[in-house]
Design a protein around this ligand. Structure first.
Ligand code: NAD
Length: 363
């Protein structure tokens, strides 16, 4: 069966890592027709828009996209093109696995965590009041009236909305993911003791959803600051974590750090009927065109994509090939060498060639 998938190469190191990923995916024998669309700085040059409607339309049509990292230039009206894509397509679940690979320098072995981050609300909703503006002063006055709390007049304010609707669907996503992938435990991470009406609602909703799964998946709760400490001390005690947007962003980078950093951290943004797969790392502009960076995160995002479209065998082959190349430690990029200045480190292209050779051996 042929799959039609939107490919957004991105910018900065995006072209190199996207090319590496598409070549490795195709080597697994999956029949894919890529619809190549621009977003980011190249789209801005060609179309005058950072996020052309044609890019979103292609994803809406194909329902699946593989996306390279995109730089968000300052002063273009976008906080982040990446966040704008997630919002425009209501990709409410951000899935970030953090898995140990033999050969990747890290403090721990055998970590296998799944971070499920709510993607649509919380402090990332983009509702902000600038210091000194009349509407900000009006809000400060209103808050004094309603709550008798005093906010300094020279404050900026960011709003943190958390709804029952969005909490319900993200926690349900985490439990369904756990069931489907034979995971044992879901931990809800929050700060409900302080933010009773936002995080408190997230936790209360999580408990309700958890009760539906209680015979199959264990439910656990953790306060986010304690969770940060537990994760760096005893990461093996955890399995699937579900978090509101901001904590999810921070904790998923923490977990990427536990398993060796951004070079090996894949991700997916999933909605009710479509998904965009992308590495956790950004466009690292200083490495653009240098054939230097690690393609693993983008290739592993491709493996997540293959599972999403039902190509599980190809995903297994792809992950196994990545695992073997990293474990051998020869044909790997600088960041996977014990000494990053090791002259035997290879480039993005050569590492992806090594992965393709393994795929061909294992097919
Ligand atoms: P970054 O992830 O691009 O780079 C940080 C550092 O991490 C790099 O300098 C490099 O040392 C290392 N690194 C990143 N990817 C690597 C790889 N594949 N292999 C080896 N080392 C790697 O983060 P940044 O510098 O904060 O952001 C640069 C731009 O990327 C910004 O414009 C930001 O908005 C954007 N960004 C995009 C995404 C996305 O597209 N999803 C995500 C994060 C940041």
């Amino acid at each position: 069966m042929q799959h039609r998938i939107t490919l957004i190469p991105g910018d900065g190191i995006g072209y190199e890592v996207s090319l590496a990923a598409t070549r490795c995916i195709e080597a697994c024998g999956v029949d894919i027709k890529w619809d190549n669309v621009l977003a980011g700085s190249d789209a801005l040059k060609e179309t005058g828009e950072l996020l052309p409607e044609s890019a979103l339309a292609s994803i809406r049509k194909n329902k699946v996209a593989l996306k390279g990292p995109i730089t968000t230039p300052i002063g273009t009206g976008f906080r982040s093109v990446n966040v704008a894509i997630r919002h425009a397509l209501d990709l409410y679940a951000c899935l970030r696995p953090a898995k140990s690979y033999v050969g990747v320098k890290s403090r721990f072995k055998d970590i296998d965590l799944i971070i499920v981050r709510e993607n649509s609300e919380d402090l990332y909703a983009g509702i902000e009041y600038e210091e000194g503006k009349p509407e900000t002063l009006g809000l400060i006055e209103r808050i004094k009236r309603d709550t008798n709390k005093v906010i300094r007049l020279d404050s900026g304010i960011s709003i943190k909305p958390i709804s029952e609707f969005a909490s319900e669907r993200i926690v349900r996503f985490a439990f369904e993911y756990a069931l489907k992938n034979k995971r044992k435990k879901v931990t809800c991470v929050h700060k409900a003791n302080i933010m009773k009406f936002s995080d408190g609602l997230f936790l209360k909703t999580a408990r309700q959803v958890a009760s539906e799964f209680s015979s199959k998946v264990v439910f656990d709760e953790a306060i986010v600051d304690n969770m940060a400490m537990q994760l760096v001390q005893k990461p093996h005690n955890y399995d699937v974590l579900v978090l509101p947007n901001l904590y999810g962003d921070i904790v998923s980078d923490l977990c990427a750090g536990l398993v060796g950093g951004l070079g090996v951290a894949p991700g997916a943004n999933i909605g009710s009927d479509m998904a965009v797969f992308e590495a956790v790392h950004g466009s690292a502009p200083k490495y653009k065109g240098k054939n230097k960076v690690n393609p693993t995160a983008m290739i592993l995002s491709g493996a997540l994509m293959l599972r999403y479209i039902g190509e599980n065998k190809a995903a297994d082959i792809l992950e196994e090939a990545v695992k073997e190349v990293i474990a051998e430690g020869k044909l790997v990029t600088y960041d996977l060498k014990p000494d990053p200045s090791d002259p035997s480190a290879v480039g993005t292209l050569e590492m992806s060639d090594a992965i393709i050779s393994k795929i061909k051996e294992n097919l």
